[in-house]
Design a protein around this ligand. Structure first.
Ligand code: C2E
Ligand code: CA
Ligand code: CA
Length: 743
């Protein structure tokens, strides 16, 4: 749960970080874009402004120039007649944009083209021209027609003397019209102001300052926020620098100031910020929209991917966690549940593995459908037994695992018995007498923090032990179990090395004729003598050697050793007796061993009657056909065959008839049972049957006088056991043979 939460918190923070990064990038990008676009806008404004300057300059300078030319021409006339001059002016005025033209002498009494006589002696433009320079006046009130005018004046010179002034008035309205043409699609407008801010030309644009006399005053009046813009504008007008300010007149507007180069006049271009920035705002808006759409698309894709992943995960989990057969938990789910249980209370928790003994048989005998029904029943029983926080899961085939809690250990054992009883209540319809045998391995969890694998392997160890024992319902894991397994592993690892190191030797256990107590033969038994003198019991290493197949090599070695010993004894002139050698069931897989045994025998030169072979009864049930074939071949060669451990397998007496053996070795367990009535009956029965079939009988594991006497009494031929002799080394057995000679 915690892991899942962590995962989703991580995912959410990942998405948030990504989102923040995208937003920051977007903001940063749009700021750059905005700055770039603003620069572009200002450059446009600058360009428009300089064009306007050019237009105004051209207009005014042309006029001044024309006036100067006219003044020149007048100066060139020999006799200047004021009336004539005015007449000439009247004739040419239509060529110029002037309102009125006029001429005056140095007295300042002027005659104009509209046939007036005005005294302009006080006017500044007159005085400047009188000083010898052309001049453009400030806006003046038209003394004649009213309205505002600008006056141009130029001196009329004769021999470097100013003899008069020619002048023209120019309607400010015309200048306004010229300026309004260049404005931004009617949104912009232009003023001309003097350096002190007073108006030269204002604008007809309705959004411009109305009745402006001074631009500073108008700005101040229109919005309080304009103080900074006024400051800045003052700076431009004082220093003659070009530059812009943003001011407010209902809306924000750019105001760009450029010196006109005429008097101390400045051209002020005004355009609303929105208009100028509308394109850039458009671009930015579109960028935002594209980004928003992209983000939305990415978001939708991300959400879709997320859901798709969740759906697939769920599907996978169902596949992985739900057992098709029982509809319950799989082992994977069980494992995860157990792993997520944080409060496994060691010392109070049991990990249990379970399966059914010989479950394969159910499938084989009653079909898979029946087998499945059995498994479903087992699952039902197990889950019904699980309490709060206890878990069950099914692994492969009939393997189940459980995690249970307890107060006292015997409680678990009682529960296991109860589960067994309930499982056994299941009846297979076609074979109601067939009883299921569940087998359990119990592991009482020893320490905190153990992982499922290690708990599982401990429980499995106990489980396997339980399976090796007949009719065992459960085994509890102990550390000794583990040690034994380790020991076994070490032994099986060492066995081959020991063989090369000649650590295996052959012991002989004599067999005696029951009737005469004379030596009748011996059984060769292998011994593992470690370099430190310690003996390893064949009961320990033979099963391991059988598992690995190494036993075949070992058997051959023993057979050869016995052949060589027999040869020595014969050569020594001792009276040889037949010696039986054990033949592992693993030889059934490799009939080629027969040839090898034959050649060992031939090489030694020992007559075959002195070599016998023992093979266990149970081997026959595993591979009957091979067993019979091999016995037949060995018989043909002339070997005497002994059936070892008779009575431990499942053979019925009747089966004896079909197996061509020469000697039957009654197992020790048989011999031990002789004193109970039923045991005695069985032995007698076996004896009779064997005698009928001409099979000779050897009793194994005879330890007491009573056993010997009983066996002798019922007609046993040969006796082998501690009562007569234990397995012994070669030299000791030699003495037994010598004794036989001397009898
Ligand atoms: P096995 O073939 O049944 O051998 C008889 C076992 O019974 C021997 O144990 C022997 O020492 C023991 N025995 C004989 N008389 C008595 C008695 O009066 N009382 C008791 N308690 N035991 C008696 P050992 O030598 O430990 O061998 C155990 C088993 O190991 C043998 O059982 C046999 O199955 C296997 N084995 C021994 N040597 C070989 C071998 O060379 N090849 C193969 N394949 N198996 C061998
Ligand atoms: Ca034997
Ligand atoms: Ca035996």
């Amino acid at each position: 749960m915690i892991r899942k939460n962590k995962k989703s918190v991580f995912k959410i923070s990942y998405i948030i970080v990504l989102l923040v990064i995208s937003i920051v990038t977007l903001v940063w990008y749009s700021k750059i874009l905005k700055d770039e676009l603003s620069n572009l806008v200002r450059n446009t404004l600058k360009e428009v402004s300089s064009q306007n300057v050019l237009v105004v300059q051209k207009e005014i300078e042309n006029d001044v120039q024309s006036l100067e030319e006219i003044a020149d021409r007048i100066g060139n006339v020999k006799e200047i007649n004021e009336e004539e001059v005015v007449n000439t002016l009247k004739q040419i005025i239509y060529r110029y944009p002037f309102k009125v033209m006029g001429y005056c002498g140095t007295d300042g009494i002027a005659h104009t083209t509209d046939e007036r006589t005005v005294d302009i002696s006080e006017r500044e433009y007159f005085r400047t021209a009188l000083g010898g320079e052309a001049c453009i006046s400030k806006p003046l009130e038209d003394l004649v027609g009213g309205g505002e005018i600008i006056a141009f004046s130029a001196p009329v010179m004769k021999e470097d003397m100013v003899i008069g002034v020619v002048f023209a008035t120019y309607d400010v309205t015309s200048l306004r019209e010229i300026l309004s043409v260049t404005s931004f699609e009617g949104e912009g407008y232009t003023y001309i102001v003097q350096s002190d801010g007073s108006k030269v030309v204002d604008s007809v644009n309705p959004t411009s300052f109305q009745n402006m006399t001074n631009i500073y005053t108008s700005m101040k009046e229109s919005d309080r926020r304009n103080s900074k813009a006024i400051e800045r504008l003052k700076h431009y007008l004082d220093t003659g620098e070009t530059g812009y300010v943003i001011f407010y007149n209902k809306v924000g507007k750019y105001m760009y100031s450029t010196p006109l180069g005429i008097n101390d006049w400045y051209l002020i271009d005004v355009v609303p910020v929105d208009f100028l920035e509308s394109t850039s705002n458009d671009i930015i808006r579109r960028t935002y929209i594209v980004c928003a759409v992209l983000t939305a698309v990415c978001g939708v894709i991300a959400v879709w991917l997320y859901w798709e992943e969740r759906r697939k995960k769920k599907q996978m989990q169902t596949l992985l966690y739900v057992d098709d057969l029982t509809g319950g938990n799989t082992f994977a789910k069980f494992k995860e549940d157990v792993e997520q249980r944080l409060n496994i209370n060691y010392g109070r928790t049991a990990f249990i593995t379970m399966d059914l003994d010989e479950f394969k048989l159910v499938n084989e005998l009653f079909g898979y459908e029946e087998g499945n029904r059995v498994l479903r029943h087992v699952w039902k029983v197990l889950t019904e037994h699980c309490g709060d926080g206890e878990y069950a899961g099914r692994g492969v085939a009939d393997r189940f695992s459980l995690l249970l809690y307890f107060e006292k250990r015997p409680d678990i054992e009682k529960r296991v018995i109860k589960i067994t009883e309930e499982i056994q209540r299941f009846a297979i319809p076609s074979a109601s007498e067939y009883i299921l045998h569940p087998v359990f391995g119990i592991y009482y969890v020893e320490s905190n923090g153990e992982d499922v694998e290690s708990m599982m392997s401990c429980a499995s160890l106990a489980h396997n032990q339980a399976k090796q024992e007949r009719d065992c319902i459960y085994k509890i894991y102990t550390n000794i179990m583990k040690d034994r397994i380790l020991e076994k592993k070490q032994l099986s690892d060492q066995i081959e090395h020991a063989y090369k190191n000649h650590e295996f030797v052959v012991y002989y256990q004599p067999k005696y004729e029951a009737e005469t107590r004379r030596l009748a033969g011996a059984e060769a038994l292998v011994r593992w003598k470690r370099p430190d003198g310690q003996m390893v019991s064949p009961g320990l290493f033979i099963p391991l050697a059988e598992e690995s197949g190494f036993v075949c090599k070992l058997d051959k070695y023993v057979f050869n050793e016995v052949c060589l010993a027999q040869k020595r004894w014969i050569d020594m002139g001792l009276r040889a007796v037949p010696i039986s050698v054990n033949l592992s069931r693993r030889h059934l897989d490799t009939p080629e061993f027969i040839g090898e045994y034959k050649s060992m025998l031939d090489q030694s030169g020992v007559p075959i009657k002195y070599m016998q072979l023992e093979i266990t009864e149970s081997a026959m049930f595993e591979k009957k056909a091979e067993f019979l074939e091999i016995i037949e071949s060995l018989h043909k060669m002339g070997f005497v065959i002994l059936m070892d451990d008779f009575g431990t397998g499942y053979s019925s007496l009747m089966m004896l008839k079909s197996i061509p053996i020469d000697v039957m070795k009654l197992d020790k367990t048989f011999v031990d049972d002789f004193d109970d009535e039923r045991g005695e009956q069985i032995i007698r029965c076996v004896m009779r049957m064997a005698q009928d079939l001409c099979i000779s009988i050897t009793a194994e594991g005879v330890e007491t006088e009573e056993q010997y006497k009983f066996l002798k009494g019922i007609g046993c031929d040969t006796i082998q056991g501690y009562y007569f002799a234990r397995p012994m080394p070669e030299e000791e057995f030699e003495k037994c043979m010598e004794k036989l000679d001397s009898d």
